[in-house]
Design a protein around this ligand. Structure first.
Ligand SMILES: Nc1ncnc2c1ncn2[C@@H]1O[C@H](COP(=O)(O)OP(=O)(O)OP(=O)(O)O)[C@@H](O)[C@H]1O
Ligand SMILES: [Mg+2]
Length: 371
């Protein structure tokens, strides 16, 4: 595995930097504290949390990607077991044990995981069995913000029950790309998880200097050399987002020689094209929650075209009142699309910042919306 691999389950030495985050999250796992890990898209939340969980001894991880699939709340325990089997098979390969062991240990005995046995295992064993044989469990609920309120409350109630039963044997980690997961999880006294979330850890993009070193080092690992000005240019565009940097790094394999500024510009052009479609898809998903989508699209377009602005200026650009402009900006901020710096709003993602002010962005947003 390489630094610039796209996997979200990596050996820890292939996760660049993040020493503080690794230490803090590991500390909470030691204490079986329930935490949230948040941050903008592509900063590396999933990778950190999955990879840190995978290296724990006598610990099984159930990784829920709630964007991809919504679990059945009624059958929550069997779903957990099913995911533990999945993650176990993947993580043992990553952690690099000599043998690729696909097995689950219960009561000192070993159950080999085969396709036929899988259902049998899920039917026969429970979380209680895993814990009774002195193993711990980490539940990762990735993209938790994407779950409807009804399912969310049901899952949270189940989690409270599991946590009360298994206590220090169970760690629960929520992750998500919204501004804050806290209010989704235990915002008010009636919320099932109220008072149980110990901390929310915000993962920031890498500092420019660290991002530069990450790309340089990652390319070196792939046998690629890059000039200083190409490095500056690439990081200037991609920011400190490992997701975009990995994308650049992998694309650079297509360049025969050293990556100079000309090659870097070509690669960025390609990435922009792809990123536009990815971003349009993501924004479309976020805007499903609102009625008047055009005004949000126009807001992003204006922010892309003119850069930072406050609600007063935005209001005049989109022909709305200041309070409406504030409400729109607030929604975009809560969903991680925009960030507020001293009262001025700026598009958070560096590539979206580049493309949102183009006609093609609006065209793609509208064409997708009509589908
Ligand atoms: N510190 C890092 N070192 C090396 N690669 C990283 C690092 N952080 C993230 N990556 C890589 O960047 C990509 C994006 O990471 P990841 O999917 O974990 O981000 P995320 O914050 O969960 O994004 P999303 O909100 O889109 O789910 C992955 O391919 C991952 O391998
Ligand atoms: Mg993720």
């Amino acid at each position: 595995m390489y630094l610039l691999s796209t996997d979200t389950l990596k050996p820890l030495n292939k996760i660049y930097d993040r020493e503080d985050e690794k230490r803090v999250i590991s500390g909470y796992i030691d204490m079986a504290a329930s935490i949230a890990v948040t941050g903008l898209r592509r900063v590396g939340k999933t990778t950190l949390v999955r990879s840190l969980s995978a290296v724990r001894k006598n610990t099984y991880t159930a990784y829920f990607n709630l964007w991809r699939k919504k679990p059945s709340c009624r059958n929550f325990e069997p779903e957990i077991l099913d995911l533990i089997l999945d993650e176990l098979i993947k993580s043992r390969g990553v952690v690099g044990e000599r043998e690729y062991i696909k097995r689950l240990e219960f009561f000192g005995g070993i159950v080999k995981i085969t396709r036929e046995k899988r259902e049998h295992i899920i039917e026969r064993f429970s979380i209680a069995d895993i814990i009774a044989s002195n193993n711990k469990i980490i539940l990762i609920l990735d993209e938790f913000q994407s779950v409807s309120k009804k399912l969310r409350d049901c899952i949270l109630r189940k989690l409270v029950g599991l946590k009360d039963t298994y206590d220090s044997y169970l760690t629960i980690i929520f992750t998500g790309s919204v501004y804050s997961l806290k209010k989704f999880i235990g915002g008010n006294e009636e919320a099932p998880f109220y008072g149980r979330l110990i901390d929310e850890i915000l993962i920031q993009p890498l500092q420019p200097q660290t991002a530069r070193e990450f790309l340089r080092e990652g390319l070196r690992e792939l046998g690629k050399d890059i000039t200083e000005d190409a490095l500056d240019y690439a990081i200037g565009v991609l920011g400190g987002f490992p997701g975009w940097i990995v994308n650049f790094g992998l694309k650079s394999i297509s360049i025969r020689d050293r990556i100079d500024i000309k090659a870097a510009k070509k690669l960025i052009k390609d990435i922009e094209k792809e990123a536009l479609l990815v971003l349009v898809g993501e924004i479309k998903r976020i805007l499903k929650q609102v009625k008047n989508k055009e005004i949000y699209i126009k807001t992003l377009y204006e922010l892309g075209l003119h850069g930072n602005m406050g609600p007063t200026r935005l209001a005049s650009m989109i022909g709305r009142t200041k309070s409406e402009a504030s409400r729109i900006l607030n929604f975009l901020t809560m969903n991680g699309l925009v960030k507020n710096i001293d009262g001025e709003y700026i598009i958070a993602d560096p590539l979206l910042r580049r493309v949102a002010g183009r006609k093609i962005f609006v065209k793609e947003m509208i064409s997708i919306k009509k589908q």
